[in-house]
Design a protein around this ligand. Structure first.
Ligand SMILES: Nc1ncnc2c1ncn2[C@@H]1O[C@H](COP(=O)(O)OP(=O)(O)O)[C@@H](O)[C@H]1O
Ligand SMILES: Nc1ncnc2c1ncn2[C@H]1C[C@H](O)[C@@H](COP(=O)(O)O)O1
Length: 220
């Protein structure tokens, strides 16, 4: 029996992985998709035309980057909807507005008028039939030092050059954001408690927790 059937995960489920940069979302996306026989929906980092420019000059490129990510994620929402689910999604659309756009607006690296334009577009887009809320949002958390270590080791140059204060601010905002998140059931996992690189079997324990979260509909 496969793990999806064993743990009664609906074949049309949409499981979204959230968490700060470098915490291990992509690693978990691949691992869960393989174990459940699901498709993946990844962020397009390598071919993003704004990301390098954005890290070099937040003020100049914040709005452009948010619009780009919003368009990309909305296309992915539509694809998942049209294919009837069965997806693991690397990062939720909620983080774009709840973490990134808000952080840059609060810090003054996105203007108030740009932020208002962005949020009104976001609100109009998510209130459509193309926007299925995920069955569960897995929130990955961990110590800032370890996460920054992973960013450095992964080696995306623009992230390596970004000051620690940026990751620190984001880390704090994520903690506050998840405490107030109510759009779908949440499963919280700490990076201390599993290691999908050294221990492939750890995915089964995670799937069991996903099943409990989906079926109990209780926010963990
Ligand atoms: N359990 C782990 N132990 C050590 N390094 C890890 C672990 N999980 C992921 N990593 C590494 O951390 C880096 C960031 O992981 P990634 O999955 O790309 O994070 P994200 O998608 O959240 O940015 C990658 O280099 C990845 O190989
Ligand atoms: N909405 C976003 N605004 C700014 N930057 C973003 C947004 N979404 C993702 N990013 C950045 C952060 C990282 O540098 C890359 C990919 O994120 P990761 O957490 O490594 O998948 O894009």
């Amino acid at each position: 029996m496969n793990l999806r059937a064993k743990y009664n995960i609906p074949e049309n489920a949409i499981i979204t992985i959230a968490g700060t940069v470098g915490v291990g979302k992509s690693t978990m996306t691949k691992s869960l998709a393989k174990a459940l026989g699901f498709q993946t929906s990844f962020e397009n980092v390598d071919h993003n035309p704004y990301l390098d420019k954005f890290y070099a000059d937040f003020e100049r490129w914040s709005f452009h980057l948010q619009i780009y990510f919003l368009a990309e994620r909305f296309k992915e929402q539509k694809r998942m909807f049209e294919q009837g689910g069965g997806f693991i999604q690397d990062r939720s659309i909620y983080e774009d507005t709840g973490i990134f756009a808000k952080m840059h607006a609060d810090k003054g690296t996105m203007t108030t008028v740009d932020y208002e334009t962005y949020t009104s577009l976001f609100d109009a887009m998510v209130m459509t039939p193309f926007f299925p809320h995920p069955d569960v949002l897995i929130y990955i958390e961990g110590d800032l030092d370890e996460i920054v270590g992973r960013i450095q080791e992964r080696g995306r140059e623009m992230e390596q050059k970004t000051p620690l204060a940026y990751w620190e601010e984001m880390h704090g905002r994520y903690e506050e954001w998840i405490e107030n998140f109510t759009s779908c059931p949440v499963l919280r996992l700490n990076i201390q408690d599993y290691d999908l690189i050294k221990d492939e079997q750890a995915v089964e324990t995670i799937i069991e927790k996903i099943s409990m979260t989906i079926h109990s509909k209780v926010t963990v």
